[in-house]
Design a protein around this ligand. Structure first.
Ligand SMILES: NC(=O)c1ccc[n+]([C@@H]2O[C@H](COP(=O)([O-])OP(=O)(O)OC[C@H]3O[C@@H](n4cnc5c(N)ncnc54)[C@H](OP(=O)(O)O)[C@@H]3O)[C@@H](O)[C@H]2O)c1
Length: 256
């Protein structure tokens, strides 16, 4: 994957973070082919209008669909999420087993780089999520599922970058992100637009390879950060365009 060419799969392309990743990849200079994945065939036209060159309709919980999605791609940006509820009582989590399927497929297909949006609160970043939410999401099984997906990616042999954002908001990108490394580092919130920017930057930044970062916006920072690292992000993708579907600023902090 170079800054000027390559095919990138965006898994979760219809989601709040994923559609901003599509925007940024589309806006980047060069000849990047953007492949978007969704379970919903009706979303194909809107994804193409947004700038996706290719759309794969499939479910990551089905290994054959995961394999189809990564066929001939150079990189994966995985922004999959699942809403805990009845569905996840009877089925696996898209951001757990589903991500693991995608990682396995990526390894088999020889994908160069896999960027995974995980969450503060996962694994050794547990203190970064407020206790009540952490207990809730651990109890629902989301945090353990994400932890298994992270571990699976680290062990896959595929070059990876794992981003663990704090509470996601729909505010505009700030471009001023505090990046921690080591688990118990930062806490707070971050716009999805900033996370999308980091996803794309990770693809082009050698220093981001095989590392796990905790990320919050400086203005969303809670408490005193520890383990802050200075990464020389190697790309400056254009700012995500305003997302007409998500104008409201949402200050949720959850792992869903
Ligand atoms: N909410 C927070 O405050 C917070 C905080 C930290 C981290 N996070 C994490 O950040 C990530 C991104 O969150 P977000 O809010 O931007 O995502 P989101 O809007 O919930 O989007 C989720 C995406 O996952 C896709 N998806 C779900 N199940 C799928 C399946 N089985 N197969 C294929 N695609 C599937 C959906 O696509 P279709 O429906 O089109 O198939 C959708 O595009 C998630 O992992 C989330 O847990 C969230």
């Amino acid at each position: 994957m170079t800054i000027t060419s390559g095919r990138v799969l965006v898994a979760g392309a219809t989601g709040g973070t994923g559609r901003r990743v599509v925007d940024l990849l589309r806006a980047a200079d060069g000849d990047v082919v953007v492949r978007a994945m969704t379970r919903d065939a009706d979303s194909e036209s809107s994804l193409r209008e947004r700038g996706a060159d290719e759309v794969v309709v499939g479910d990551v919980l089905t290994p054959d669909d995961a394999a189809r999605a990564v066929d001939a791609v150079d990189a994966v940006v995985c922004t999959l999420g699942s809403s805990p509820g009845i569905g996840t009582l009877t089925s696996d989590f898209a951001d757990g087993e589903g991500t693991k399927n995608l990682v396995d497929a990526a390894a088999a297909a020889g994908v160069d780089h896999f960027v995974l949006v995980s969450s503060l609160g996962v694994g050794d970043s547990a203190p970064g999520m407020q206790l009540g939410l952490r207990l809730l999401f651990r109890g629902l099984g989301v945090l353990p599922a994400k932890a298994r997906a992270e571990a699976h990616l680290r062990e896959s042999g595929v070059t990876y970058t794992i981003l663990r954002p704090g509470g996601l908001t729909n505010a505009d990108a700030t471009g001023d992100v505090v990046v921690g490394e080591g688990g118990d580092t930062v806490s707070g919130s971050i716009p999805r637009a900033d996370v999308a920017g980091l996803c794309v930057a990770s693809l082009f930044t050698p220093a981001a390879a095989d590392r796990t970062f905790e990320v919050v916006a400086r203005r969303g920072l809670r408490g005193t950060p520890e383990g802050v690292v200075d990464i020389d992000w190697q790309t400056a993708p254009a700012a995500a365009r305003p997302d007409p579907g998500t104008e409201a600023v949402e200050e949720s902090e959850s792992a869903d």
